[in-house]
Design a binder for this molecule. Structure first.
Ligand code: MLT
Length: 245
């Protein structure tokens, strides 16, 4: 089993992902929002690459059952129902709803990998559940870190490293690319306190400046749920474990 990490979402074009198994990570905060929304009863998440497309999809959608969520520069987009704070996606608000989701890096990374054969979403909140599933699947896979506007960010690479660290404990014949090894080293450097690491990152600092320190605490929670979001035919749903993916 081989694991490769793409440390941002711009290094490859869409066709690179055709037929591959992929895990998208955007710890602060898109992956954490998706995991929380599904854990709190959302029917599905529809990731989109532009605000215009989000508006178009919501215009076509059955409005009372649909919410628009996401961010631009960390803040709720004008005309959207929800921002990109995982704490907003409570059962009272999201239960039974389809959520059209636009974010600066995370939703775009998922859309970019749409031709993947299998596409899962991970963060610290559901890390062990995804690790167990990838271990059972036994396929080579790519971890796509959403990164920060085309650059590596610390939080996604450390989360990728933690995932690799955990799989390494379970699989003997693991082959790691250089980027996987680099993420593993980063994780080992920051493993003592994920919360401290998140607060020290560029995006962590920006979120704190904008009043979202509680989001960071939420994003730091390890294994808060065993939900595995799975993307297929344009929508993300909870993976049912009797499902073949
Ligand atoms: C992103 O996609 O870049 C993020 O999720 C940004 C955020 O939530 O602040």
């Amino acid at each position: 089993m081989k694991i490769n990490v793409l440390t941002s979402n711009i290094s490859f074009d869409e066709l690179y992902f055709t037929g591959k198994t992929c895990v998208v990570i955007d710890v602060l905060r898109a992956s954490t929002v998706i995991v929380n929304a599904l854990a709190n009863g959302a029917k599905e998440i529809i990731p989109v690459g532009t605000v215009d497309f989000a508006m178009k999809v919501s215009g076509d959608a059955f409005r009372s059952q649909t919410l628009l969520g996401g961010e631009r520069n960390t803040k709720k987009v004008e005309g959207f129902n929800l921002g990109n704070s995982p704490l907003e996606y409570t059962p009272e608000i999201v239960n039974g709803k389809s959520i059209i989701h636009y974010t600066t890096n995370g939703s775009k990374s998922i859309v970019k990998a749409k031709f993947a054969e299998n596409l899962f979403i991970a963060c610290f909140n559901n890390l062990t559940a995804v690790v167990e599933h990838m271990n059972k699947l036994g396929k080579d896979f790519e971890i796509i870190c959403a990164g920060n506007n085309g650059s590596l960010n610390m939080e996604d690479s450390v989360c990728a490293g933690k995932m690799i660290f955990e799989i390494q404990k379970r699989k003997k014949d693991l082959v790691l690319s250089d980027s996987s090894n680099a993420c593993l080293i980063m994780y080992k450097t920051f493993s003592k306190s994920i919360l401290k690491m998140l607060k020290s990152t560029e995006h962590g600092k920006l979120l704190i400046e904008n009043g979202f320190v509680d989001d960071i605490k939420e994003c730091a929670k390890l294994d808060a749920t065993d939900i595995i979001p799975y993307f297929s035919s344009g929508v993300i749903k909870k993976l049912e474990l009797n499902n073949s993916a």
